[in-house]
Design a protein around this ligand. Structure first.
Ligand SMILES: *Cc1c(COP(=O)(O)O)cnc(C)c1O
Length: 391
């Protein structure tokens, strides 16, 4: 029986694909899925990897992103989220209970530090901070309720590199779940699961997306039980990304290896030139032998990332003057995009800290952080050198 126009207008269906398929991953803009078999529907609600049911549980475009990142990181599965903080909070809250204890490295992304301090205040989840390069310090911090060891591959903004192989070995020895934020290295420079990590988290907003046009996060799992446990919590939390955001991130990842190579080459060039300029007391990049993490980083990183910092001899006033003097680089927070961004932590991300508190983090009043893009390195140096000369 032919339905009326009222019904036919409502029930438009996509054509079945036969004999060809799309080259690019399509955007599956559907919140819910049709089943022929009620038992398949029932089975698919309990786990992340059967049929697609409902967008908060999974979506084919989002799954393509999750599979891509799980594959690059060498994990058994991944859960994508609407931001990096979504992935970090989903993983931590999915693992921790009131009264548990976390050991975390001291140099942490600001948002992660704020979350962990909030868990302590509101849920009685305690935290001990460690340097990230001393296995005995971690052993000494372990308590009966310690559940998680939380690290970052390369930390913001001074580029401290944790001794990941040594840290994961202690986590294994003590039965802790190791979680590492691999945003700054990306799976092109570091695959922490191969070094012994249990969970890798990313802000996909940065290098994975790579074009400063999308927010996203991903958590990748070395083990199926952890994957399913955290996925369940993510479904409760509702931290799911939109399929379009997942699609933009997939498009970014397709050029990630090329971009990372250029980010690292440009950073090496710029960090060395800046380090030698008379207006600069010191550049901080783990690829420079003067960096505190140089030896540790050389042990497991093939290249040292696209972010560096430098200290201006002229302190706070020089920091502000430098930001006004650059013409090609943009004053902006965030990192990992194709364009070069500069910022002055003492007057922006870390403005609430006194000079003494700043000093404890290693950040000086004249420290500039640079997220190096993929422009021509000579153009970048021309811009930086004219700005440094003007101070
Ligand atoms: C940006 C960032 C985050 C947070 O990611 P969002 O996508 O902004 O939520 C977490 N960790 C690191 C290292 C970051 O750079």
């Amino acid at each position: 029986m032919k339905h009326s126009t009222d019904t036919r207008a409502v029930r438009i269906a996509a054509p079945a694909l036969e004999g060809s398929r799309p080259v690019s991953v399509p955007i599956y803009q559907s919140s819910t899925y049709v089943f022929d078999d009620p038992e398949v529907l029932a089975d698919s609600m309990a786990v992340p990897d059967r049929s697609f049911v409902y967008g908060r549980l999974s979506n084919p475009t989002v799954r393509a992103l999750e599979n891509a990142v799980a594959d690059l990181e060498g994990g058994v599965g991944a859960v994508a989220t609407s931001s990096g903080m979504g992935a970090i909070n989903m993983a931590l809250l999915g693992l921790l209970e009131s009264g548990d204890h976390v050991i975390a490295q001291r140099a942490l992304y600001g948002g992660t530090h704020a979350s962990i301090m909030d868990f302590q205040r509101r849920f009685g989840i305690e935290v001990t901070f460690v340097s990230g390069h001393d296995a005995d310090e971690v052993r000494a911090a372990v308590r009966p309720r310690t559940r998680v060891l939380y690290l970052e591959t390369i930390a913001n903004p001074m580029c401290h590199v944790s001794d990941l192989p040594a840290m994961f070995a202690v986590a294994r020895e003590k039965g802790l779940v190791s979680v590492v934020d691999n945003t700054f290295a990306s799976p092109i420079l570091c695959r922490p699961i191969e070094l012994g990590a249990d969970i890798v988290v990313h802000s996909a907003t940065k290098y994975l997306g790579g074009h400063s046009d999308v927010l996203g996060g991903v958590a990748v799992f070395a083990d199926r039980d952890l994957y399913h446990k955290v996925w369940h919590f993510g479904v409760e939390l509702g931290s799911t990304p939109d399929p379009f955001a997942a699609w933009l991130t997939i498009r970014g990842i397709r050029t990630l290896p090329l971009r990372m190579r250029r980010h690292c080459e440009n950073t090496e060039y710029l960090a060395r030139r800046v380090d030698a300029h008379p207006a600069v007391t010191r550049a901080h990049w783990p690829g420079l032998p003067s960096h505190e993490s140089y030896e540790v980083a050389k042990g497991f990183l093939p290249a040292f990332g696209g972010l560096f910092a430098f200290d201006l001899a002229g302190g706070r006033a020089a920091g502000t003057a430098f930001l006004k003097a650059v013409r090609l680089a943009n004053l902006s927070v965030s990192l990992g995009g194709v364009e070069t961004l500069v910022m002055h932590p003492a007057t922006s991300s870390h403005r609430s800290l006194s000079d003494e508190e700043l000093a404890a983090t290693g950040i000086g009043p004249g420290t500039i952080r640079v997220a190096v893009g993929i422009e021509d390195p000579e153009d970048l140096w021309a811009d930086f050198s004219q700005a440094l000369d003007s101070l």
